[in-house]
Write a protein that binds this ligand. Sequence first.
Ligand SMILES: NC(=O)c1ccc[n+]([C@@H]2O[C@H](COP(=O)([O-])OP(=O)(O)OC[C@H]3O[C@@H](n4cnc5c(N)ncnc54)[C@H](OP(=O)(O)O)[C@@H]3O)[C@@H](O)[C@H]2O)c1
Length: 287
Amino acid sequence: MKILITGAFGQLGIALSQKLQEQHDICRTGRNIPSGETGITLDIQNQIIVKNVIDVVQPDLIINLAAMTSVDGCESNPNLAKEINIAGVQHLCDSFNGKIIQFSTDYVFDGENGPYFEEDAVCPISIYGETKLASERILLNHNPNHLVIRGNVIYDDSSTTKASFLNWVVNSLTNQKEINVVDDQINNPTWTKSLADVSSLCINNNLSGIVHWGDADYLNRFEFAKKIAEKYELDSKLISPITTKALNQPAPRPLKSGLKSDKLVEVLNVVQPSIDDCLNAILQKKN
Ligand SMILES: NC(=O)c1ccc[n+]([C@@H]2O[C@H](COP(=O)([O-])OP(=O)(O)OC[C@H]3O[C@@H](n4cnc5c(N)ncnc54)[C@H](OP(=O)(O)O)[C@@H]3O)[C@@H](O)[C@H]2O)c1
């Protein structure tokens, strides 16, 4: 199958491209192509270019990872967030008749009583969450056979992306920098490879609708940072807990969140990996 991936050089894009190229013909696109990489320049805000690239590539499937992923950036610049996260998805739908897979987030929920199942009521509390929910609706209204995969706190050891929590923790502690990490946001952090492996199975099984995927452990962000410090043998005393309120960020965050993955566990007969196993595998790959 020929698969066109947008946002292919971001955190998830790197892992997903690597996984899918084992079985498929992958066309990686990005707003900017990093030096040393090959791909097609594609900004999903530009409807004409979206159409041109799809006409040239003629994919069987499009996977949309392109998004404005800075939650505070979206809050500060809602128009740009809408142009990328909503209009961009509309451009893909308007230009392509085949199947599209869209990645979304647990930020479509308000974080009052997570972790969440696919059927739970959505209620975003940030512009990022609102725009991602709107993108889900555009996609599934365009064709219910499309697929939305929701993820949360996606991480990897990937120095090339701004979105990596793991690299922020490791780099800060390596440089003896003290960091404050919130202890009141609970999720189930998910390794990019775990999400990439499950996404590949979703493609092979031609799933549609909305599915959730998160790894096995639910914990707060402070505990996650401590786990990273422990595995990387860094000084965890440099990490202090802080509340979300005290951080005073532009965008509100869902506090009790995370994603229940029971549906995919059953349908695909897969097991959610633990954080320990994922961090061990990341370190093993690195060394
Ligand atoms: N990270 C998480 O914890 C998380 C959780 C749930 C869902 N998701 C979703 O998963 C997807 C992938 O996220 P990620 O973690 O891989 O984030 P990421 O590293 O920020 O990747 C997003 C990519 O989209 C690109 N992009 C931004 N605007 C674009 C545009 N107008 N046209 C084309 N490309 C554009 C970015 O390119 P630039 O480098 O040029 O900005 C970047 O390469 C996103 O849809 C995100 O909403 C992420």
